[in-house]
Write a protein that binds this ligand. Structure first.
Ligand SMILES: [Fe+2]
Length: 386
């Protein structure tokens, strides 16, 4: 057995109404002034007020930065840091989907770390430049997708590299996550489906990744099972708090499991967002069945385990049949929850494919894919998904 280091994440406060414990959770940090990092949509639908009214009631001083874009860019971080510093803040609450939580993490980083943001990218050894000297953060997810609230990474588009980049460090992990399913009931069907498929992709890709981590493997399979049993219901009946809660747990399990890293679906998905503006979860959902088929020969037995997590009786099936069943299950789930059938349906054009494929190769996620990928493979996969 090779030597391994296993780490598990932060404190998770989970359950209906746990947002009411916000002031209690903050009291242990005694913040002087809190910066709430979110996006305009969250403010517009009244979710930001779920935080600000409770801060006011507890007489905790705060400022708000709601300038996070749905595919966040470097400027979002710089703008947020400016507010953090002008307002004299010393604590960050990130509220929203993965974009807001990731930008909140990077605002914490840049509040105390002076190098340009690209210097901290994981691919260029950024982890060694990130110290523990950063403001504490509390995360409040309003989607069940990225699981960024329990993750140590943040994804942002870096202008100088013209692509999405991962910044990664244990110090970026929020100190506390408040995962309250009641905050996700208003999420529209399309976003529930797309973010839920992001969670599924994390669980499946982590399970298939080449890194040895049997603890995360068990979490990934259990996360897959939760998505299989709850995503349809969460999409169809947004007010079902049990389904919403199970999807929140599945999203966190996916993010915990992807300590094992991810795979080619995420390498294909990242440029689909930066080049064609496709929602991250949607991009993953559309390419995922094709990447599973691409991995069939390299990961048959593991794909069969995924079929079992979907409730398929795999005992009578060969590994090959089991792998096929897993692909069928994911394809059917996508259909049932209204995921667009192909990339054309989300405005991706044939002309984009060469650029997309180059960027997918430059992305780090496919390094742990069970089958090694060439640029030609990326082109083929994009074509299949068209
Ligand atoms: Fe993702």
């Amino acid at each position: 057995m090779p030597p391994s280091i296993f780490s598990f994440p932060n404190r998770i406060v989970f359950g209906d109404g746990t947002i009411n414990t916000l002031a209690d959770r903050l009291s242990e940090f005694s913040p002087h002034k809190v910066l709430l990092v979110t996006d305009e949509g969250i403010r517009r639908v009244g979710l930001a007020a779920e935080v600000t009214t409770r801060l006011e009631a507890a007489q905790i001083d705060y400022a708000v930065f709601d300038g996070v874009h749905s595919n966040p860019v470097e400027e979002d971080v710089a703008d947020g840091v400016a507010v953090f510093q002008q307002e004299g803040c010393d604590f960050v609450i990130g509220m929203g989907g993965g974009s807001s939580l990731d930008v909140a993490k990077l605002i914490c980083l840049k509040a105390t770390h002076q190098l340009p943001l690209p210097e901290y990218e994981a691919l260029s050894g950024g982890i060694n430049k990130i110290t523990s000297n950063l403001p504490s953060m509390l995360a409040i997810p309003t989607t069940a997708g990225t699981g960024s609230e329990v993750g140590r990474g943040a994804v942002v588009t870096l202008k100088s590299l013209d692509r999405k980049a991962l910044v990664f460090s244990p110090h970026l992990l929020p100190k506390v996550a408040i995962a309250d399913p009641t905050l996700t009931v208003g999420l529209p069907k399309g976003l529930t489906a797309a973010t839920g498929m992001d969670a599924l992709t994390h669980n499946i890709e982590a399970y298939l990744s080449t890194i040895y981590h049997p603890i995360c493997d068990a979490i990934a399979l259990a996360g897959t099972k939760l998505v299989a049993n709850n995503l349809r219901c969460a999409v169809e009946n947004g007010g079902d708090l049990k389904a919403r809660g199970n999807m929140m747990i599945a999203a966190m399990m996916g993010a915990i499991a992807f300590q094992k890293e991810l795979g080619v679906a995420h390498s294909l998905a990242h440029p689909l967002s930066t080049v064609a503006g496709v929602h991250h979860g949607l991009a993953n959902a559309i390419v995922l069945p094709y990447t599973m088929a691409f991995n069939r020969d390299a990961a048959r037995a593991r794909l069969r385990d995924i079929a079992a997590a979907f409730g398929v009786n795999v005992h009578a099936l060969t590994a090959e049949e089991g792998a096929e069943a897993a692909i069928d299950q994911v394809t059917q789930l996508c259909r049932d929850i209204g995921i667009p059938a192909n990339l054309r349906a989300v405005n991706v054009t044939e002309e984009m494919i060469p650029v997309l494929a180059k960027k997918a190769m430059a992305d780090g996620c496919h390094r742990t894919n069970p089958r090694p990928c060439t640029e030609g493979d990326m082109i083929d996969l994009y074509w299949q998904a068209m």
